[in-house]
Design a protein around this ligand. Sequence first.
Ligand SMILES: NC(=O)c1ccc[n+]([C@@H]2O[C@H](COP(=O)([O-])OP(=O)(O)OC[C@H]3O[C@@H](n4cnc5c(N)ncnc54)[C@H](OP(=O)(O)O)[C@@H]3O)[C@@H](O)[C@H]2O)c1
Length: 313
Amino acid sequence: MGASDLRMTRIPLSHGGGAIPALGFGTLIPDPAVTLTATRGALEAGFRHFDCAERYRNEREVGEALQAGRAALGIGREELFVTTKLWNSNHRTQRVEPAFDESLRRLRLDDLDLYLIHTPFAFQPGDEQDPRDDDGNVVYDDGVSLPETWSAMEDLVDRGRCRAIGLSDITLERLLPLYESARIKPAVVQVEAHPYLPETELLDFCREKGIVLLAFAPLGHGTSAGPLEDPVITGIAARVGKTPAQVLLAWAVQRGTALLTTSKSAARARENFDIAPLPEDALEAINGIATRQRLNDVVKTGVPGFIPRGKSA
Ligand SMILES: NC(=O)c1ccc[n+]([C@@H]2O[C@H](COP(=O)([O-])OP(=O)(O)OC[C@H]3O[C@@H](n4cnc5c(N)ncnc54)[C@H](OP(=O)(O)O)[C@@H]3O)[C@@H](O)[C@H]2O)c1
């Protein structure tokens, strides 16, 4: 496999959902002005897969940057793969399509490649994205079930509004019953995954069922003492003449996952797109890393780990 092949890897999606570019750019960037420049930088670096969310409160800036960047670079809509996510306060079935429409409007798109339920936790319905009681506890909503929200997602596929649907921040334990009951099976599951949290059991299930595992925080969210600084990773990087980030991203693609990486800097976006295949013994060495670390507890509570609190954008 040549270097360009790994960069261009696309993974087929179930239920006629097309194919997802393995290398994705995440837009969880709190600053609106930086969102604009970073999204444009990623597009110029070669990224064609962009991950968004209403909860990131910057779909407008992502939409603006994608529209301007596509025009300047001559990139057709069909070359782009755009994902966004339904937030926890919109799980009631009657709120799903309006939330979807608002996201599309902000993103300046007519349709979507992938729509995800951001977390399996329903919050009190409304415009408050982070509803809390007087004691500061999250106000959950027991008036809607995950299968009910999922059926509203299936309706969007039925009516051609989006090509594929999936879930994010879900454990295998919660995914199993939803998978069994779903009329349209989830095409993608987005979870934290890197060598310190390889999610092997979930990945095996996804492989067996033809679900794409989409890894967020593939660089360990850039944290110090995280996988970027692991001696196995830095050793392989020195041996193959790549950076630690490129080693981590190549490993993620070569094990069959898609990934989302983020950088505020255009130079790092270019670095992160410029991956090449690692030799088999390097992949095995990374698989053998024993350190375990979860960076984001969103999967346990539905409360996002890397995002400031706030109302709807
Ligand atoms: N579903 C969910 O709940 C969920 C949760 C978290 C994230 N996500 C998605 O996943 C995306 C990626 O998450 P993430 O931010 O944790 O990804 P990541 O790529 O693991 O980490 C990004 C961090 O690493 C740094 N970085 C980027 N490239 C680097 C390089 N080449 N060398 C050294 N450091 C580098 C960045 O800093 P600079 O910006 O300073 O370069 C940034 O702080 C998000 O944008 C979002 O779309 C989803």
